[in-house]
Design a binder for this molecule. Sequence first.
Ligand SMILES: Nc1ncnc2c1ncn2[C@@H]1O[C@H](COP(=O)(O)OP(=O)(O)O)[C@@H](O)[C@H]1O
Ligand SMILES: [Mg+2]
Length: 243
Amino acid sequence: MVDRSKTGVLGLDTIIGGGFPAGSIILVSGGTGTGKSIFCVQFLYKGVIEFKEPGIFVALEERPKDIRRFISNFGWDLKKLEEQNKLAIIDASAARLGVPSNEKYIITKPSDVDSLITTIDNIVQKINAKRIVVDSLPALMLQYDTPIALRRELLRLGALLEDTGCTTLMTTEANGQRISKFGVEEFICHGIVNFSLSEIGAELKRNLIVLKMRGIKHSTRRYPFEITPEGIAIFPGEEAYQA
Ligand SMILES: Nc1ncnc2c1ncn2[C@@H]1O[C@H](COP(=O)(O)OP(=O)(O)O)[C@@H](O)[C@H]1O
Ligand SMILES: [Mg+2]
């Protein structure tokens, strides 16, 4: 029986039989605004609060101060966890945007897999991290101009992240039937959770499906979920529907 890394998302651990396999790499894919970033922050926040597992968030897309602000709507005080050395947010967005940063942890060359991993490794040691989030892969990978370079660096990133021993979530953009943006992300991960929006009547409904989870028997239904004031919650008992 593999150790599990509980997601902290109501209902999801039931679907995957207890949580993500500890130490695995999970791709969180879906279109923009489907809830990927909220899901990932929830995984880290609940990891600290409920399971005593420190975590690292690599912010490539949004600025750390924006993440702290929008996530405070759920009553989650990220700054407090950072001050307690239970959470570290690495600012890799400032370099991309070409703006200064006064964050504690900064990556100036996000496309350099080795410097990214060195920074992550140091923080893993420092705060005893068990969970990592990389949000998002496209923001990291758009700097590679050939598919071969992209694939090689992505494979290397996956292998190096696996060596940290942490359970890692990585987000990617995917719309419609596609699972990933570049068509290669799925090969470096042990599991895939896909988020989407479906139009039901005149309303857009959020749903998710577990497409792959290595070594685990899991449900392959598409489940509706909601973003509640307490975060993302899935209701496995509800009737599933097709996207
Ligand atoms: N406090 C909240 N309560 C309910 N829904 C929210 C809240 N904050 C954001 N959302 C919804 O979540 C969406 C953004 O989620 P996010 O995780 O940033 O998406 P993604 O990372 O997939 O682009 C918003 O477009 C909005 O619909
Ligand atoms: Mg996002």
